[in-house]
Design a protein around this ligand. Structure first.
Ligand SMILES: [Zn+2]
Length: 322
């Protein structure tokens, strides 16, 4: 089953979708970003199945008639468009508006559209989608897929929940970063966060990223000694960081989630401090799933959150309950 593959290859994406499906708080629009071969397309079909399947337990059963029809792209309320496929493009885009306005044809009453390579959408095609993106209806879910988020229309980016799929060639990225004299910890974190080699050096020099790593290390150091103290520290350091607060929070959450992933994968870090943090986590009553859920919820809310500090307060509140 693909859901098991997703759980092991893209644990953060898996957990984010699990949270959304379990709480029935799916976004009306998703933007899947990542390199080729990172399972974005398979995940979009699994999500479509999970929205429609009547036998689902969190994720779709992947076996029933509807699941199989979706998998074969043979389900009337699934609109799948690949912008790389020139043959189907013109005809489908012309019909797109029409198909959106129609009520669902299948019994489940839910529609899903998947647009692969969405950075190639023409303005005309994108315009026919804008109405849906800006005024979502309850029964339609959109999934946009791209390898190049820079090329995606800003409206799509701002209205969608972005899910980043981890690069598969991160070992190459890591070696490249080490070659460029980036320290071991940053090289490890950066190679997991970027999807293109050209982004490695700029991120290593990014002020918000470096501040976030510093805050993360100090926070985690304190977290395993005195949790209350670590929460005060986090609140204060974010509050003191007014200029690039949102970016610092974003990187802090990204790095924290990577840490949990490394903990789950028994990652053996060459950075002494990071190695010790992982060892401490292994030997403590670290409730990784609760902590992971709290971080993922904050990461999900970050786009919509008006106030970064409030978001951190909510994160701490959730961590206190773990
Ligand atoms: Zn099913």
């Amino acid at each position: 089953m693909f859901k098991e593959v997703l759980e092991t290859t893209q644990p953060i994406v898996y957990q984010t979708l699990t949270n959304a499906l379990e709480s029935e708080h799916l976004s009306h629009c998703y933007l899947f970003v990542g390199d080729k071969g990172t399972h974005k397309l398979e995940t979009s079909f699994l999500l479509a199945q999970s929205i429609i399947c009547e036998n689902r337990k969190t994720f779709a059963c992947e076996k029933c008639v509807n699941c199989r029809r979706i998998q074969e792209n043979n389900y009337a309320d699934l609109i799948y468009i690949d912008e790389d496929d020139k043959n189907i493009k013109t005809k489908l885009i012309e019909n797109l508006q029409h198909r959106f306005e129609k009520t669902a044809l299948e019994k489940a009453g839910k529609k899903v559209f998947i647009i692969n390579n969405c950075e190639k959408l023409t303005t005309k095609a994108a315009n026919s989608l804008l109405k849906f993106i800006e005024e979502p209806t309850g029964n339609t879910t959109g999934i946009f897929i791209t390898t190049q988020v820079d090329g995606v229309l800003p409206t799509i980016v701002s209205r969608s929940q972005t899910l980043n799929f981890k690069p598969l060639n991160k070992e190459d990225f890591f070696s490249y970063a080490i070659e460029k004299n980036i320290d071991h910890l940053s090289a490890h974190l950066i190679s997991n966060l970027v999807s293109r080699e050209v982004d490695i050096i700029p991120l290593s020099k990014n002020k918000s990223f470096n501040e976030a790593v510093e805050i993360f290390c100090e926070f985690m150091d304190r977290f395993f000694v005195n949790r209350t103290d670590s929460y005060f520290y986090l609140q204060n350091s974010i509050a003191n960081n007014k200029r690039n607060q949102r970016d610092v929070i974003k990187y802090f959450l990204d790095v924290s989630l990577l840490f949990i992933e490394d903990y789950l994968n028994n990652f053996n870090s060459e950075d002494k401090n990071y190695f010790n943090l992982l060892e401490t986590a292994k030997n403590s009553d670290f409730n990784y799933s609760g902590v992971m859920k709290a971080f993922i919820d904050s990461r999900t809310s970050l786009n919509k959150a008006a106030n970064g500090l409030l978001l951190i307060d909510q994160l701490i509140y959730k961590l206190l309950e773990v």
